[in-house]
Design a protein around this ligand. Structure first.
Ligand SMILES: Cc1cc2nc3c(=O)[nH]c(=O)nc-3n(C[C@H](O)[C@H](O)[C@H](O)COP(=O)(O)OP(=O)(O)OC[C@H]3O[C@@H](n4cnc5c(N)ncnc54)[C@H](O)[C@@H]3O)c2cc1C
Length: 468
């Protein structure tokens, strides 16, 4: 199989008049060096420049900014409110409320930032619908909605079957909860736009410049092939590559693919099924299906929880067409039987780093270290990485605030078993979840053992485990 450029990333690069690549060619001294030019790294740099415009900041990326998850995700802007019940048990109610509200607020702040800075990331804040596609999924959302209501932070509303079907373009959805506080965007245009604005604000960006080694003494030295960057502080924003450089954090995540297909433009057909806006639809499976349209009339469908890698290695298959293309096409046909002959433009995939808790964590490499990191977005990163930028900028500047005091900044809050048990466990659980969900689709009762094993997969689900 060959390496491909995922649709959004290649589309964003095509729209750039000239992609100028600046590589690091000599030694450099900066206040802050950020390793990784995805949303986390770029938002952190932008936040830092907002707080202290005179800071001297450099970002390096091993490829182009956005070549990781940020340029290839589904573009679904989803606050973390569906995780509220599970989250508050781990970080406490106050911190969970803080994160729910911050990710909801991020929706508007990202839109505002893009408007202010002329980034056309095709943002459409048309909400999000969590649906049930079989009887077993009905009601799974109820408990978390009640929990959110009790705290006065609920934005979810249950819709009738008729309304769900009318607004989701599919008769397969038989129940659902809608929140207006969500939407979709073009992930590639966002990340490349952020890169441009960060540079405009004076951040030096070096692409095709992989970090080879990092050493911390009084200063931190990030070594690359042609030069070293010596800084007071370093932010590690390399997401799924963290375990490779920092094995001590490897047990904090499991890498697994999310896979997607996208059609050619089919605006007339989308008109016919009545699904043309920027709403995001997700079913209430553990390995959820998600779909959304694009402004040029395409339909994209994705599914998480597919290809696990052994020892959290970022394997070549993550940069190829999806190995689950057939499965995605079958799902597409079941959601949209009237569209089963539409042409597909591409399939692709990418690894996301699932944590045991299902939400990200931030920390310092060692006590008092000047190297800070943040990752573990668990497949839901567009809004949380914006919050991550606020958190990491606060950590770098040694600020004492609600984020730096929160449990989100205490490093990993749960660990997976070491290999080979992690990989064997992940595959066993994934297969159990698949059998359970197939049985539920057929209206059958799943095996007891599959139901129990599925409950262990809390981090891949978007709801509290008791909901499954
Ligand atoms: C297929 C897929 C679909 C997803 N769908 C959604 C979605 O619909 N909605 C949502 O909210 N979230 C989604 N996510 C999650 C979201 O995309 C991520 O959480 C988010 O993009 C993480 O941003 P990041 O900057 O932390 O990481 P990345 O974007 O991965 O950036 C890390 C960067 O580090 C660089 N790097 C790595 N190693 C080095 C090195 N040695 N030296 C220098 N640079 C290095 C990489 O090249 C990369 O550019 C999805 C993720 C995937 C993979």
């Amino acid at each position: 199989m060959t390496t491909i450029l995922p649709f959004w990333f290649s589309d964003a690069l095509k729209k750039e008049k000239k992609t100028k690549i600046n590589k690091l060619k000599n030694n450099l001294h900066t206040d802050i060096c950020i390793v990784g030019g995805g949303y986390t790294g770029l938002w952190t740099a932008i936040q830092l420049k907002k707080k202290q415009p005179s800071l001297n900041i450099a970002i390096i990326d091993k490829g182009l900014c956005g070549s990781g998850a940020s340029g290839r995700n589904g573009g679904c802007m989803l606050p973390v409110s569906p995780k509220f019940s599970a989250m508050k048990k781990i970080v406490g109610e106050a911190d969970a409320i803080l994160m729910v509200k911050a990710t909801e607020q991020a929706l508007f702040e990202i839109k505002y930032f893009c408007n202010e800075n002329n980034i056309d990331a095709q943002i459409r804040l048309d909400g999000n619908l969590y649906t049930a596609t079989n009887k077993a999924q009905i009601g799974r959302f109820e408990a978390v909605v009640k929990d959110l209501e009790r705290k006065g932070i609920n934005n979810w509303e249950r819709w009738s079957k008729k309304k769900v079907q009318k607004h989701s373009g599919s008769q397969k959805n038989i129940d659902g909860y809608f929140s207006p506080l969500s939407g979709s965007l073009h992930p590639g245009l966002l990340v490349r736009g952020l890169k441009k604005i960060a540079e405009k604000k004076g951040v030096q960006i070096f692409e095709n410049t992989p970090m080879i080694k990092i050493e911390e003494n009084k200063k931190v030295v990030v070594q690359t092939k042609r030069g070293a960057i010596t800084s007071n502080k370093v932010v590690m924003a390399i997401n799924v590559w963290m375990p490779q450089y920092f094995p001590s954090l490897s047990r904090a995540v499991v890498l697994v693919s999310s896979d997607m297909i996208i059609t050619d433009p089919i605006p007339e057909q989308l008109d016919q099924i009545g699904f043309t806006d920027g709403k995001v639809i997700l079913d209430t499976r553990l390995f959820t299906h998600y779909y959304r349209t694009t402004i040029d009339g395409r339909l994209m469908l994705g599914k998480g929880g597919n290809l696990f890698s052994f020892n959290n290695k970022v394997i070549q298959a993550y940069d190829e067409a999806s190995r689950y293309e057939e499965l995605l096409k079958n799902s597409f046909d079941r959601f949209f039987p009237s569209l089963c002959s539409v042409p597909f433009m591409q399939s692709w995939n990418g690894p996301s780093e699932r944590t045991k808790t299902g939400f990200p964590f931030f920390g310092r490499l060692k006590d008092k270290s000047n190297i800070v990191y943040g990752f573990g977005y668990s497949g839901n990163g567009i809004l949380p990485t914006y919050v991550g930028g606020k958190i990491l900028s606060s950590m770098v500047l040694d600020e004492d605030n609600e984020w730096t005091r929160s449990s989100f900044c205490k490093g990993p809050l749960g660990l997976f078993p070491p290999e080979p048990f992690r990989w064997i466990g992940a595959i066993t659980i994934r297969n159990a979840v698949m059998r359970k969900e197939t049985a539920e689709d057929m209206g059958l009762r799943p095996w007891w053992i599959d139901a129990k094993l599925a409950q262990l997969a809390t981090s891949v689900g978007r709801l509290d485990k008791s909901s499954y």
